[in-house]
Design a protein around this ligand. Structure first.
Ligand code: NDP
Ligand code: HSE
Length: 433
């Protein structure tokens, strides 16, 4: 083993950083044996050093800018979050030849090209396993194990906070606000939890997944995003009646058009899936992601997607990889964006809708509603009707159609005189088309 240590600057010592600092200390001997050199903390940057009596005072600083380029630092582990000033600090670190390990999906989903180019220019590593799906080894399989295959689809639950809320609403009937408070208390939510509930966090992760899976630069702005704030108790109840459940999914697909041209579709929105579907059983802050590839077929990755210790596991795995590269010489995988596929707008992406309506209970109403679907080129897969006094409850599930056609169908239906209320509208996944 090399006696000269690998020196680590830790930026941020909150939910995740605190666990990284603890494990680095408690497992120092084993980490050194695996890395081939001792892995030592050179400094810890936090916003308020006086609030951290648990940390060695000689390591603490509020000056992250100085720490990232300090001469005796080999690796910067960034666990602060946000875009600025983190972006500037990481670019400075990479330009100074320091390798970077980060869990910052918000930053990566907007600036990974710039960060990767800085890493390439100085011969440094950029690792970010913890940025998607917490403890689950998912990015390394996409970047390395499946590098010889052709991935067609990546779909799954990638946000622990929203999954925790939806699971609670479905199983215990807990209120939205109450479940969100608990997810924040448990350390799953982002500093600003609207990033979770409005789907920004999942959209950032979808951008990272699509970029790696399809060898194409996909940014958060390319991802269609809907959060769970609009998911109502009526949606949950409508799903239950059909033996389905509601999940927030990230769906990244390689789409081949009729002329053979390929594009990438990336979206995040709530969906109804059958209770028998494997993703339906993923509850609390757990994440699960399906990957479909031509040769490998279907793969599923499952585990804890948020929380201090699970995320620290992924960070430390990256840190050992970077340390090994430093000890042995060589670099980890570089950005792979050679395919450069265009991103398909959501309106052209084929989806299926579930629409639940209260309509006037009189002859011809079903035909009028069906006519609107037909006029928009949307084919109906199933209809269920239940009568109540003067109203009938209609549940319609469509076949696949361009999302824009489904959206305009729902708009038109909502304006019909015979429609008393549009009770629930949600996309459907995980069933035969
Ligand atoms: P926390 O809010 O718990 O911790 C943030 C840390 O950053 C704190 O120690 C804070 O200092 C420090 N910090 C904030 N601003 C500055 C600054 N200007 N200079 C120096 N230090 C600063 O965040 P998390 O640990 O939850 O998340 C960290 C990162 O990990 C984020 O990118 C997040 O998206 C990502 N992540 C989080 C997961 C989770 O489950 N929590 C899972 C996967 C990824 P102080 O302590 O003094 O306030
Ligand atoms: N806030 C994120 C979540 C943390 O709830 O999944 C993990 O990335």
């Amino acid at each position: 083993m090399r006696s000269e240590p690998i020196r680590v600057a830790l930026l941020g010592c909150g939910t995740v950083g605190g666990e990284v600092a603890r494990l680095l200390t408690e497992q120092a001997g084993e980490l050194a044996a695996r890395a081939g050199a001792p892995v030592e903390l050179a400094g810890i940057a936090v916003r308020r050093p006086d609030k951290h009596p648990e940390l060695p005072p000689e390591l603490l600083t509020a000056d992250a800018a100085k720490l990232v380029t300090a001469e005796d630092v080999d690796v910067v582990v960034e666990l602060i979050g946000g875009i600025e000033p983190t972006r500037t600090w990481l670019l400075d670190a990479l330009r100074a030849g320091k390798s970077v390990v980060t869990a910052n999906k918000a930053l990566l989903s907007e600036h990974s090209a710039e960060l990767s180019e800085a890493a390439d220019a100085s011969g440094a590593d950029l690792y970010f396993e913890a940025a998607v799906a917490g403890a689950i080894p998912l990015l390394r399989p996409l970047r390395e194990s499946l590098a010889g295959d052709r991935i067609t689809r990546v779909m799954g639950i990638v946000n622990g906070t929203t999954n925790y809320i939806l699971s609670a609403m479905d199983s215990t009937g807990a209120g939205y606000a109450e479940a969100l408070d608990e997810a924040s208390r448990l350390g799953y939510a982002e500093a600003d939890p609207t990033a979770d509930v409005d789907g920004y966090d999942a959209a950032s992760k979808a951008a990272i997944l699509a970029s790696l899976a399809f060898h194409t630069r996909v940014t958060a702005a390319d991802v269609h995003r809907e959060g769970i704030a609009a998911v109502t108790a009526s949606d949950i109840a409508a799903a239950k009646m059909l033996n389905r459940t509601v999940k927030l999914l990230a769906i990244c697909e390689r789409v081949t058009s009729e002329d053979g041209g390929e594009s990438v579709s990336a979206r995040v929105h709530p969906v109804m899936i059958p209770r028998a579907h494997q993703l339906a059983g993923v509850s609390g802050a757990f994440n699960a992601v399906y990957v479909e590839a031509d040769a490998a077929g279907e793969l599923m990755f499952y585990g804890q997607g948020a929380g201090g210790a699970p995320t620290a596991s992924a960070v430390l795995g990256d840190l050992v990889a970077v340390a090994r590269n430093r000890v042995l010489g060589g670099l980890g995988p570089r950005e792979s964006a050679h395919a450069g596929l265009p991103v398909r707008p959501m309106g052209q992406t084929p989806t299926r809708y579930h629409v639940s309506l209260d309509v006037a209970d009189r002859p011809g109403v079903l035909a009028q509603v069906a006519q609107v679907f037909a006029a928009n080129g949307v084919s109906i897969a199933a209809v269920r009707q239940r009568d109540r006094l003067s109203t009938a409850s209609l549940v319609i599930v469509t076949h696949l159609a361009p999302d824009a056609a489904l959206e305009s169908t729902v708009d038109e239906i909502g304006k019909m005189d015979v429609v008393r209320e549009v009770v629930s509208v949600m996309r459907v996944e995980g069933e035969d088309q």
